[in-house]
Design a protein around this ligand. Structure first.
Ligand SMILES: [Zn+2]
Ligand SMILES: [Zn+2]
Length: 203
């Protein structure tokens, strides 16, 4: 018996196995993925359609694991772009047709600020599995500016940062007063070392 590639129960099983448990984020992310893939005409994301798909996700939480497990897209293949917006949303792009949709859960809380205790009270897993998709999600057709340097495949070029001497791939370098710099040397970094701050002071 052939298994539907986007069968919800099957996809939930795979997402649960990848994530470690079946939480509300996994249910939502799996359903968002199925909806998004269907909307852009992709039925076999891990098989015949695997080279025609790029996804953008807007949080580094559970929902992203579900998108990864359902679509087969992942950062190391450059088919998944993770944007840290803190939003439960994903955009699915069919590279063959150019069609793209952004899917996110409908906001049922208005502008209510939720505390951690309130968030913990409401797992909703069962409800999110059963609710009709149109009650649960917004699906909006969008266009995405995909740059050549963001596409899968070998880097377009590799250069050296004139400050730290490290190599930079994928056109992520910055030009400052005619010097090639990596982003952390050009502005702020998430890490600090004595050597690094020395390098920054020299600028
Ligand atoms: Zn989770
Ligand atoms: Zn540098």
């Amino acid at each position: 018996m052939a298994i539907d590639n986007l069968d919800l129960a099957q996809c939930l099983e795979e997402a649960k196995a990848f994530h470690g448990d079946l939480c509300a984020g996994i249910v939502l992310g799996t359903r968002m993925s199925i909806l998004g893939l269907q909307a852009i005409g992709i039925s076999d994301p891990k098989g015949k359609d695997r080279k025609d798909l790029i996804v953008f996700v807007e949080t580094d939480r559970c929902v992203t694991d579900a998108v990864l497990a359902t679509t087969g897209c992942h950062p190391g293949k450059r088919t998944m772009k993770i944007l840290d917006y803190g939003k439960m949303a994903a955009t699915f792009i069919n590279l063959k047709t150019g069609k793209a949709v952004r899917v996110n859960p409908k906001n049922k809380d208005g502008d209510k600020r939720k505390t951690r205790e309130e968030i913990e009270q409401n797992p909703h897993t069962e409800e999110y599995t059963m609710m009709p998709a149109e009650d649960l999600f917004n699906v909006v057709e969008v266009s995405v500016d995909l740059k050549p340097e963001d596409m899968p495949g070998k880097p377009l070029h590799i250069v050296t940062c004139s400050s730290c001497g490290e190599r930079i791939m994928d056109v992520r370098e910055v030009l400052k007063d005619g010097n090639i710099l990596c982003k952390p040397c050009a502005s702020n970094s998430y890490y600090y070392t004595p050597m690094h701050s020395e390098a920054q002071q020299k600028l």
